[in-house]
Structure formats: structure tokens, C-alpha cells
Design a protein around this ligand. Sequence first.
Ligand code: RFL
Ligand code: PHB
Length: 391
Amino acid sequence: MRTQVGIVGAGPAGLMLSHLLHLEGIASVVLEARSRAEIESTIRAGVLEQGTVDLLERTGVGARMRREGAVHHGINLRFDGRTHRIDLRGLTGGRSIMLYAQHEVIKDLVEARLEAGGEIHFQVEAVRVEGITGTTPRIRFREQDREREIDCAFVAGCDGFHGVCRPLIPQAARRELQHVYPFGWFGILASAPPSSAELIYARHERGFALVSTRSPQIQRLYFQCDPDDDESRWTDARIWQELHARLENLEGWRLTEGPILQKGIVALRSFMVEPMQHGRLFLAGDAAHIVPATGAKGLNLAVADVLVLSRALAAFFASGGSELLEGYSATCLRRAWRAQRFSRWMTALTHRDEADDAFTRQLQLAELEYLTSSRAASTALAENYVGLPME
Ligand code: RFL
Ligand code: PHB
């Protein structure tokens, strides 16, 4: 087989890249380790920035999102027994966010690619990428017990944090920076109508909690936990008790309960690799950077990366010019570091760190007070939350 761009991974980064390249008239092949059913049902992100929403619509894959997703014009911060709304739309000149599940975005992109004759190979095994410092890298893989290979002009490593592409950048040419947090998130999906029209980020002495939503029938809820905790130790009754305690029944508000459909624990991590490119290998999305979910930035960063990459590849295939490709890493890292800063700040603002002393915890409250009483401070939160402009 032969293609212009070999893409490892059919997450948001890989699929969106394949879609954008197709619109530029560039051929690609996507290789995915998991099955189509699995990638279309894995529960992950829910918040899409304005720029992501605009790009999905502009490129013809936003119709179902527009029908079934929910536009939110604000978010709530809850602390010290009260709730304060951040008016995202009012503070950003009309920008908002969309609540639409990541696996729905995946479904829409897979469908669009297959309808356009795109090639996605699911359940491939033993993916090996060779020759990235030459001009014709090759990807070898196994598919239904057959060894196969693809020659390409470029390889996009869109294979997530645990993928095989990042380690292909030689250690001497690669710098990895990370921060691991002493807490994780316990996430549940519950069959219950939304408790709140807009998200609630709650800072509480018992730890952080978050009320999100997926549909008029399904709630998405999270609470800070020990990352090494075992989810089987949490009965449904204990989960609800903890959520009620942290969210409090303020001013007549009450968390709505329902059967828990799914539960799981994820670790919180900040991670960066520099640079995001080596030879003809370009990393995008979680393969290159991880942000703690508090800022709701991971999927959005993945989309921003592949927009930059698709434009750079389009320029290269049109004229042979490699200037944009050479700038790819620096361009994406600039945005990713800003998202790191924001995500770390949102995490520190709302989580309980057992290592903090009473003084530091009081500072956290002072910061929330300032944030919710100053238009300038609220604006800084709002403009980052809805997403900084795409390149
Ligand atoms: P993905 O989604 O991990 O996709 C990588 C794909 O590559 C495949 N793969 C391989 N395929 C072939 N060969 C190999 N050797 C392979 N190794 C791996 C995998 O099977 C997979 O299908 O990475 P991508 O595309 O970079 O997308 C990143 C996003 O998934 C991620 O950043 C977000 O989910 C983060 N995130 C959020 N982001 C937001 O923008 N808004 C949110 O509201 C938000 N909430 C969240 C989140 C992540 C969470 N978890 C589970 C960590 C909430 C949570 C709880
Ligand atoms: C979600 O709905 O899954 C979600 C919302 C906000 C976040 C992270 C995840 O910050």
C-alpha cells in the first residue's frame, strides 16, 4: 500500500486530521488498534470549545452536534456555600461552549471518512513505524493475521499517551516534562435529568466535584479521589453520599439521582514532549501532551494541532515548501503551554491537596473570591475556557 500521510490512531486527532487532509485533496490511511464499536463507545470528553465547534461545522461534520449537542453560555463556580456564575458569552463577546460527547464526535468523523471513501483499518496489531528520518517512511502492521505495510510521505502519530510514536523521537532529541497530581477523578454516568442547566465546578473541604451533562436524560458527574483507589470499593450509595456532601444542597438546589450506568477512575497528569516532530513524524493530540481534565482542553488541543498540521501538509504538497511543517512544533507548543497553564491553574483553584497548609487553603478561597468579584479576573477565566483563537 502507498499513501501520502499514514496516521496512527483513530481518536479525535487522527480522524480529524484524515478528514481535513481529505478536504485539501490529500490521501491518508488511518490505523487503529481498537475496534470501531470500542472507539465509538469509550466515554471521555464532553466540552468542545467555540473554535472546535466552528471547525466541525465549517468542514461539514457538525450537523448532528448542532441538533443533539447543548450550547452552554456560562459555567458555575461553587465554593464556601455559594454559587457564582461566569457569563462566558457576555465576557467573551459572544463565545460559548458545546456539550457533546467525544464518542459522538468520533462517530460523526468515522461516518464522514467512510462515506467519502476514506480508509480506516480497525483492530490492527503490532504497528511499527520505520524510516522517519528519510523521505519515505514505512508503517508495518498486522491485520487479521496478515503482515502489511504502507509507504507514505509523512507519518502522523495520533496514538494517544500510551502510543508507539512518541518514543520514536530519539531520547537525545526529545525532552519530556511532566507533573503528576496526588489525586484522580472518579467519573460516573447516571441516568437522571440534569441537576443544573450549566456545569458546576465545586471547591469543597472534602475535595473537588463537577456536575456536567451528556443529554436531557444523562448526567456526567466527577469527584476528586485517590488515584490508586479501587472503584469497586465505591457502592452507588457511597458515591451519591460523597457527591451530595461536596455539592451541598444550596438555596433549594439539589443533585438529581438515578441509576449509575458507568463508573471509573482516571489519573490527573500534565505532560509535554518537545519537540512534537522528528524527521517526517509529526505527533498530535495526547501523543504529545496531556492536560488535567479540569480545564476541558485535551480534545480541543488535539483538534487545534491537526488543523495546523493539515495546513502545513497542504502547503508542502501544493508547492514543496516546508516552512509551515518546520514551524509545526513551535506553533502547537505555544498553544499547548497556554492550555497547560490554564488547566493547572483551574486544578489548583478547585482541588484539595493534602500537602497544602491552612494558609494555602485560605489563599485558594481568596483567589475564588477575587475571580468571582472582578470582571477582569472573570474575563481571563472565560476567554481561556471558551478557547483561545485557533492559529
Ligand atoms: P486518543 O483519544 O487517546 O486516541 C488515540 C487512539 O490511538 C489508538 N492507538 C493505536 N492505534 C494503533 N496502533 C497503536 N500502537 C496505538 N496506540 C494507541 C487508541 O486506541 C486510540 O483510539 O487521543 P487523541 O486523538 O489525541 O485525543 C485526545 C482526547 O481523547 C483527550 O485529550 C480528551 O479525552 C481529554 N478530555 C477532555 N478534553 C476536552 O477537550 N474536553 C473535555 O471535556 C475533556 N474531558 C478528557 C475529559 C479526558 C478524560 N479522561 C478519560 C482522561 C474527561 C476525562 C475523564
Ligand atoms: C465532561 O463533561 O466530561 C467534562 C466537563 C468538564 C470538564 C471535564 C470533563 O472540565
